[in-house]
Design a protein around this ligand. Sequence first.
Ligand code: UDP
Ligand code: LCN
Length: 821
Amino acid sequence: MASNLSFKRTDSIADSMPDALRQSRYQMKRCFQRYVSKGKRLLKNQQLLEELEKSLDDKVEKEKLVEGFLGYIICSTPEAVVLPPYVAFAVRMNPGIWEYVKVHSDDLSVEGITPSEYLKFKETLYDENWAKDDNSLEVDFGALDLSTPHLTLPSSIGNGLQFVSKFMSSKLGDKPETSMKPLLDYLLSLNYRGEKLMINDIIDTVNKLQTALLLAEVFVSGLPRYTPFAKFEQRFQEWGLEKGWGDTAERCKETLNCLSEVLQAPDPINMEKFFSRVPTIFNIVVFSIHGYFGQEKVLGLPDTGGQVVYILDQVRALEEELLQRIKQQGLKVTPKILVLTRLIPDAKGTKCNVELEPVENTKHCSILRVPFKTEDGKDLRQWVSRFDIYPYLERYAQDSCAKILDILEGKPDLIIGNYTDGNLVASLMSSKLGVTQGTIAHALEKTKYEDSDVKWRDLDQKYHFSCQFTADMIAMNTSDFIITSTYQEIAGSKEKPGQYEHHYAFTMPGLCRYATGINVFDPKFNIAAPGADQSIYFPFTQKQKRLTDLHPQIEELLYSKQDTDEHIGYLADRNKPIIFSMARLDKVKNITGLVEWYGQNRKLRDLVNLVVVAGLLEASQSKDREEIEEINKMHNLIDKYQLKGQIRWIKAQTDRVRNGELYRCIADTKGAFVQPALYEAFGLTVIEAMNCGLTTFATNQGGPAEIIVDGVSGFHINPMNGREASNKIADFFQKCKEDPSYWNKVSTAGLQRIYECYTWKIYATKVLNMGSTYTFWKTLNKEERAAKQRYLQMFYNLQFRNLAKTVPRVFEHPPQTPAGA
Ligand code: UDP
Ligand code: LCN
């Protein structure tokens, strides 16, 4: 691409495009004639480029144009709407930065248009009357963020916390005595169950606070470093200082000094440090409602995958971090973390019918299950797909709120939602209780299905996207902060918009136009990548920790010759390394793709064996339409490419501990993990494998592209190009054959990458810092937030509630079988 073009952010396309069009007027007129020749339509980037190329005969001219500014604009246009004589472009020059222009195909005049105007253009293709109606429902959440500062650099997206600390520093530093007042008020409001923390009412001015800090700092400086807080608690109280500064003289001194620095001249580093120490968060509620949420026998059940793993690991990590912080704050508080999910009476052999269940390896975390209610107030017995869950959520929010207040004996300090349903309920509850809210998506459904917004009517009966996208919009806008696993989740890459970015300006014709849905430059966005449980996923080289008693089982799983209920196929030559994959047997996971690539690549088949853990082995055992198709496909591929002797297909495995050892046993063969998904939001298996020291090849579509540095800590593969992907894997194993140290080099670099960026410790530190900082941040522009809250409440009431009513409830009372049937 024309990377040498110096296009500045300040240059608008509407300003610079006319000149460029003028310079290639003849060719561009031909090109635009092609664009409009087929009448109204939506053109995607690929088609735009193809039409451009077709309209140019001369090779040199073509190259010049495609490489030039116009080529650059068209390359940067994910889609354009053709409404002859106009073509409206949605141009994305950089992650998060969009500009909309319309070009007249005859005279090539260019006019900048607003997102709303662009969306109306687009709607005309699907529902002309609605597009033309001046009173169609248009929502502009951005219009309510008048004083919220926004980031401006695409490279800063996802660093909300740092930006907020910078902004608070400049805002509070204005005129300390008055601008620091909100901080003073905030400190005065801190308490645990009514008991004051940090300061008490004696300190009612910033001046008094500064004096108290000075006196206390001088005092603790004179004490031995490890003097416990209890020894000088009384002195502190005389100055108006309460518990929470630290457990020892030294820790108190650091915290006092940090706040003194902030009050004297606020700077982001001290600001961040101070908020990481303020005792704000003790009780946390995490919502993960749909699916079977449990600690055993659930992985692989419908709607139950990485989200469950993520949350169980997350709460363990948060507990550990909370306990450490509470100790360092010198407090004797017992934290509590509740994971709220639904109680499913028909639990299918899982514990999903148990109301309260402690989370293993924690002291203070529990799963609390609250049932959905039928219309006549009974507990709904059966599992409900995440797509059909909407009619149950409002009642669920009320019921779970009552239970939570009861168990926690008060409000939580932080509510975190997961996925659309969890985030909507978290929003309802956080608004009601006035508690800080964090949002996690795992995956946003809108981006998984192309044009699912404009084509919502076609998909609504099956997926109820009208409810889902409305709920997503409410949650993203209500939430105080949003936690993502990667940058790409927010703002994609240079080439491709991110999942959240897809919600910036979009429309669902006939339902609602989002002139601004969510802006990725909002400082609420933060990247905090998950880790993998390192007590389960540790390197294969840690010989003394290896679970050797599991080896006979794993040996059977991998190498026994007979087909069983659990596996089919066998490995005739066990001296070869194994390439391994493990995922739900969904289309998007593309396990069948991997089997096909392997089947077609002779060289790869000569070099390695293939083992996959995925789904069920017989179509008759599955109830899931997609899984049934994939099972049949697997059998066909094994036959077609005569893979028996080289492939082992093992059914879904639910024992995480054994799975950890399985990854390591694959590493013992000097094999590799391959994650071939057509799209993967994050990809926990990728970091599990890397944690075990297993060299990893993973899809370049989504999160894994960011986890792995291609060619260094593992490899990217393009799932759209199987031949290229399988050759890349084969080349690696060929190279390892010639130079066995190469495998170790990649394995070590993979581990290094994990330790630097993907651990739960890093995650928990970041998330608790967010909880504490955003709790203060949201007090700084209370009036504006309250106004937005009212707008959101109205939207929920008038829009979401009605949509939820259109979703059929599941058979709440399964029909009786007629006699004699
Ligand atoms: N998993 C498992 N058994 C299986 C398939 C998957 O235990 O048969 C686990 C896997 O180890 C990982 C999670 O389920 O912890 C899947 O998470 P990932 O992010 O890879 O994908 P998701 O299923 O969430 O889309
Ligand atoms: C959902 C997904 O699809 C995966 O990509 C993630 O790794 C998982 O959730 C955990 O966030």
